[in-house]
Write a protein that binds this ligand. Structure first.
Ligand code: HEC
Length: 172
């Protein structure tokens, strides 16, 4: 059948045009669109892995769960991407920062040491993160958290999406 082939080709071409046009209208290049997708994926990992329980939704140390250890204010973090990734993958032994990498200590060492017994976790991670999720969460932190000062309404709306009205102060 010829018709469906034509239809799908046309559809592909026009959807590509729509995507590119949307990117141009937003002042973005296709790689920005990929970055935006990664930032979203990182935010999703942040929310679902329990980071906010200790660090707070906006990573400012205003933790969400009272009995959780108080996480660092990541808005003021000074680590480079490699150190961020290592900290999240390996945790920080002896502190409340759990290790999130499934391979941390078991298959790949941490902090320059070969794989070995995992240090006592003061607080276990709610779940582990894949390598892609680890990368995405670092991209997210770099794009939306690190070096940011006050929590803006725009940031709150980005974080809560459709639920923003219930969570974000309209006066912000
Ligand atoms: C159980 C509590 C807890 C959870 C959950 C947690 N953290 Fe932490 N995190 C901490 C604590 C406590 C520290 C400070 C460690 C220290 O004293 O050096 C920390 C430190 C960090 C640091 C280092 C900051 C710096 O400037 O040195 C990063 C980055 C970080 N956390 C990211 C994350 C991410 C991303 C997640 C989720 C995937 C997460 N944390 C989940 C408690 C937590």
């Amino acid at each position: 059948m010829k018709l469906p082939a034509i239809v799908s080709k046309t559809w592909c071409a026009s959807s590509a045009i729509v995507t590119v046009t949307a990117a141009i209208l937003a002042g973005a290049s296709p790689s920005d669109a990929q970055d935006a997708a990664k930032v979203k994926a990182g935010l999703e990992a942040w929310k679902t892995a329990g980071c906010a329980e200790c660090h707070g939704a906006f990573a400012d140390g205003e933790k969400q769960r009272d009995e959780a250890p108080t996480g660092a204010n990541l808005r003021q973090a000074r680590l480079d991407d490699a150190a961020l990734t290592e900290t999240i993958r390996c945790g920080r032994p002896g502190t409340g920062m759990p290790s999130f990498g499934a391979d941390a200590y078991t298959q790949r060492g941490c902090y320059g040491k070969p794989a070995g017994p995992a240090p006592d976790a003061l607080y276990p991670a709610a779940r582990t993160l894949s390598a892609a999720e680890l990368e995405a969460v670092v991209v997210y932190l770099r794009a939306r958290v690190i070096g940011k000062r006050d929590v803006t309404r725009e940031e709150c709306v980005f974080y809560y999406g459709d639920a923003a009205d219930s969570f974000c102060d309209p006066a912000l």
